[in-house]
Design a protein around this ligand. Structure first.
Ligand SMILES: NC(=O)c1ccc[n+]([C@@H]2O[C@H](COP(=O)([O-])OP(=O)(O)OC[C@H]3O[C@@H](n4cnc5c(N)ncnc54)[C@H](OP(=O)(O)O)[C@@H]3O)[C@@H](O)[C@H]2O)c1
Length: 291
C-alpha cells in the first residue's frame, strides 16, 4: 500500500486529506501542534517543517511514496509583519522534502495560491506570469521556484483560492461569517476583490485524483464560480437567512489590512477539467446541503 506523508495535518485541507486518503493509502499525518483530528486510526506525529533534522528523521523512518505539503503560515497580514518566519516556513522548509523526493524518486505535492498574481487580470491560467503583491504570495512563489529548479521527476503544484467549508475548528471565510453573524456582529466586506472560492472537500478530492492518476505539473484547483467576496458573503447570508443589514459593502482602501490583496484574482480550472474531469461543487448546492 502506498505511504503518504501529509504536513499541516491539523489544517482545513490537511484534516480533510487525512480522512479521504486514509481510505485507500497508509497515512502518516504531521502537524505543528498536537493532533486535532478525532476518530482516526492512522499515525500522527508533531512536526515543525522548519526543523530540518526532524523532517529528515520522519522521512527516513516512514519512507513515504508521496509527500503532500499543506503546512504554511496562511495569515496573510501576519506574513507581511513576519517576513523571515514566513519565508522560512512557506518556502525554505520544503528543501528537506525536495532532497528526499529527488534522492528516492518520490512524488512531491505542494499547495500554492492565486496570491502569486497581482490581480490586475484574473482569473488566471496555470501558465500566466506571477507577480505577487504581498509577502505571503512572494513566499509561495519562492516555494514554487524551488520545486521547479530542483528538477524533480515527479511533482505537482496545486494552486487554490479562498478555501471554505463547514469545519468547526477552522477560521475560513464561511465559518468566520457564520460565527460573526450568529452573534449579531456587523461585517465590512470588500466588493472589489474577486475570487473563485474553493470547497475544501473538492480540493482534497482533486488531490486524490492527482495521486491516483499520477498527474504531474501545475494544476489550478478551485471553484468554478467567479465573484466578489461581497457577493460570496451575500450568498451565505441569503441561504442561512442571516440579517443582511449586518453586512456592509466596502472597498479595499477602507479596511485597514497590513498586506495588500490582489483585486481580480481567482483561478481558471480548464486544465483540471480536461485532464481528470474535475467537477467543483456549486456554492449554492453546498451551502444548502449544510444549512
Ligand atoms: N485557505 C485558503 O484559502 C488557501 C488559499 C490558497 C492556498 N492555500 C494553501 O493551501 C494550504 C493549506 O491551507 P489550509 O487552509 O489548510 O491552511 P490552515 O488551515 O491554516 O493550515 C495550515 C497548517 O499549517 C500548519 N503549520 C504552520 N506552521 C507550521 C510549521 N512550522 N510546521 C508544521 N506545520 C505548520 C498549522 O499547524 P497547526 O494547526 O498544528 O498549528 C496549520 O494547521 C497552504 O499551503 C495554503 O498556503 C490555502
Amino acid at each position: 500500500m502506498k505511504k503518504i506523508l501529509i504536513t499541516g495535518g491539523n489544517g482545513l485541507l490537511g484534516q480533510s486529506l487525512r480522512l479521504m486518503l486514509s481510505k485507500q493509502y497508509e497515512i502518516i499525518a504531521t502537524g505543528l501542534n498536537s493532533d486535532r483530528l478525532k476518530n482516526h486510526n492512522h499515525t500522527y506525529t508533531s512536526l515543525d517543517v522548519s526543523i530540518m533534522k526532524d523532517c529528515e528523521n520522519i522521512l527516513v523512518q516512514f519512507m513515504p511514496d508521496v509527500v503532500i505539503n499543506t503546512a504554511a503560515i496562511t495569515d496573510v497580514d501576519y506574513c507581511e509583519l513576519n517576513k523571515k518566519k514566513c519565508l522560512n516556513i512557506n518556502a525554505l522548509s520544503i528543501n528537506t522534502f525536495l532532497s528526499y523526493c529527488k534522492k528516492y524518486n518520490k512524488k512531491f505535492i505542494h499547495l500554492s495560491t492565486d496570491f502569486l498574481f497581482d490581480g490586475k487580470l484574473g482569473p488566471y491560467h496555470e501558465n500566466e506570469e506571477c507577480n505577487p503583491i504581498n509577502y505571503y504570495g512572494f513566499s509561495k512563489m519562492k516555494a514554487e521556484n524551488l520545486i521547479i529548479n530542483t528538477k524533480l521527476k515527479n511533482f505537482s503544484i496545486i494552486r487554490t483560492c479562498l478555501v471554505y467549508g463547514k469545519k468547526i475548528d477552522s477560521n475560513n471565510i464561511f465559518m468566520w461569517v457564520k460565527k460573526k453573524l450568529e452573534k449579531g456582529e456587523a461585517l465590512n466586506i470588500v466588493d472589489d476583490q474577486y475570487r473563485t472560492p474553493t470547497l475544501y472537500s473538492d480540493l482534497s478530492q482533486a488531490i486524490f485524483e492527482i495521486i491516483k492518476l499520477d498527474l504531474k505539473g501545475i494544476y489550478n484547483i478551485s471553484g468554478g464560480e467567479y465573484l466578489s467576496i461581497f457577493d460570496f458573503v451575500c450568498k451565505i447570508v441569503s441561504i442561512f437567512d442571516f440579517d443582511k443589514s449586518l453586512v456592509k459593502r466596502c472597498n479595499s482602501d477602507k479596511i485597514n489590512q497590513k498586506a495588500q490583496r490582489p483585486k481580480k484574482s481567482g483561478l481558471l480550472i480548464d486544465k483540471a477539467i480536461k485532464d481528470f474531469n474535475y467537477l467543483p461543487t456549486k456554492m449554492e448546492v453546498y451551502l444548502k446541503s449544510i444549512k
